[in-house]
Write a protein that binds this ligand. Structure first.
Ligand code: FAD
Ligand code: SF4
Length: 396
């Protein structure tokens, strides 16, 4: 086994995490790069303008409504793999991109997350060197994951060309230290991320929401306003968003995620999620030339369609603010009915993406304002302030 195949150290018991309860366990502080934490940590130093300019050559155009929401980009589309990868989170576009980059020799290794032997959702960051190792990392580990904990191994291996797959907080810290790792080229494949949880929070979420928490192998908050669970026996379970036990789930989300404004992974070269795409499709955002080069590698393996936008999210977002504050939970019959109605007439495509961004940014803005009032001004980026300003918030 080469050095680069080695797994990262687990989160250090008693390790030092300067962001304290805001720490998202991105992994940086499990490495010698902890020296840069004050500058690099997403929760200690909000620096989107600077890092967008470093990554894409410019910061987002706040007067362009699409960039305000989705960040710097040159292209956006809905996509599906023609032949989906079995067991992937969606159709496996992320794994396919990583595999092609290895096969074509663009990179020597890929930072990705496999699971531990004892826990299918227990994150185990690795530097994958082969397609098999990338495939073993497919499907979300829906919990905080210390992806950057392998950074020391990257440097020790002498690797010069690397692909990093990760969510926003991991990518913000990585961008801040990328010049210190000794790489010639870093490619960044990001995923949108919101409402992540510590491992015990995930247990509580599954126990509160699913009919069979121990057999869940996959779940996703889908564009049809339902959480879709897949179980070990292949059966599917749908729970409407509006039926979630909000009062019990309020404390489940990690404090880092309640303070995050990087839902759409602003600093990645290319982002693969689902939030701006029609139901069943993935959503690709190409941010810069590097991202375009990456997408080119898999063009023959995917079908695409233009992104669309339908509906008006604003009334639903405005109503959701006091409902969340009060922890309102509807009886299941009403939640199902509401889900059906909203799916028919509610926001779709990019407007669904905006609905989700608005709901989370308003909630997170209020959270930071109440819990960390001294951080509010510097921590909330200008684009999020503009988005939040469209709504009437309590306590104002
Ligand atoms: P696959 O081919 O199955 O590959 C999944 C990749 O995810 C693997 O390479 C693995 O290394 C990586 N990964 C798994 N768990 C983690 C983790 N905890 N941290 C970092 N990397 C991980 N998209 C949205 O549009 N809206 C959302 O709200 C949203 N929330 C997400 C929350 C989390 C925690 C994660 C990990 C992803 C989220 N996504 C979200 C992205 C979406 O769920 C899919 O991961 C994405 O569309 C890729 O699907 P795929 O089939 O191409 O991935
Ligand atoms: Fe360190 Fe990352 Fe935690 Fe910030 S979020 S304190 S950089 S491990």
């Amino acid at each position: 086994m080469t050095l680069a195949h080695k797994k990262a150290r687990p989160i250090k018991p008693g390790g030092i995490y300067p962001a304290k309860d805001l720490c998202s366990q991105c992994g940086l502080c499990d490495t010698t790069y902890i020296h840069y934490v004050k500058d690099a940590c997403a929760f200690l130093n909000q620096q989107f303008d600077h890092l967008e300019t470093q990554s894409h050559g410019r910061s987002r155009d706040l007067d362009n409504p699409e960039e305000l929401y989705f960040g710097v980009h040159q292209d956006m589309m809905a996509a599906q793999k023609k032949e989906p990868i079995a067991g992937a989170q969606w159709t496996g576009i992320v794994s396919t991109l990583a595999i092609e980059m290895l096969n074509k020799g663009l990179v020597e290794g890929v930072i990705c997350v496999q699971n531990t032997e004892e826990d299918r959702f227990g994150p185990m960051p690795v530097i994958a060197r082969t397609p098999e190792e990338v495939l073993a990392a497919r499907v979300n580990k829906p919990t905080l994951s210390p992806n950057l904990s392998v950074l020391d191994l990257v440097e020790q291996s002498g690797m010069k060309r690397l692909l990093a797959i990760g969510v926003g907080c991991q990518i913000q810290a990585l961008r801040a230290v990328q010049d210190k790792i000794g790489l010639e080229k870093l490619y960044v494949l990001g995923m949108p991320c919101v409402d992540n949880v510590h491992r015990d929070g995930l247990k509580k979420f599954l126990e509160t929401t699913s009919r069979s928490p121990d057999t869940v192998v996959h779940y996703e908050f889908m564009q049809d306003f339902n959480v879709h669970f897949r179980h070990e026996d292949g059966s599917e379970e749908k729970v409407p968003f509006f039926g979630l036990k909000t009062n019990q789930l309020k404390d489940v989300f990690a404090p880092s995620c309640l303070s995050c404004f990087d839902y759409t992974n602003a600093l990645a070269d290319i982002v693969v999620g689902y939030m701006g795409a029609p139901f069943g499709w993935q959503w690709i955002v190409v941010r810069n030339e590097t991202g375009a080069e990456m997408l080119e590698l898999i063009q023959d393996q995917i079908k695409t369609q233009p992104v669309e936008s339908q509906g008006d999210r604003k009334p639903a977002v405005q109503q959701s603010i006091p409902a969340y504050e009060k922890g309102v939970t509807l009886p299941m019959w009403a939640a199902k009915l509401m889900g059906v109605v909203i799916e028919k007439i509610g926001p779709k495509g990019l407007e669904y993406g905006r609905f989700s961004i608005d709901s989370h940014f308003t909630r997170n803005y209020l959270h930071v304002k109440r819990k960390y009032p001294k951080k509010l001004e510097a921590h909330v980026p200008e684009f999020a302030k503009r988005i939040v300003a469209q709504y009437k918030l309590p306590d104002q």
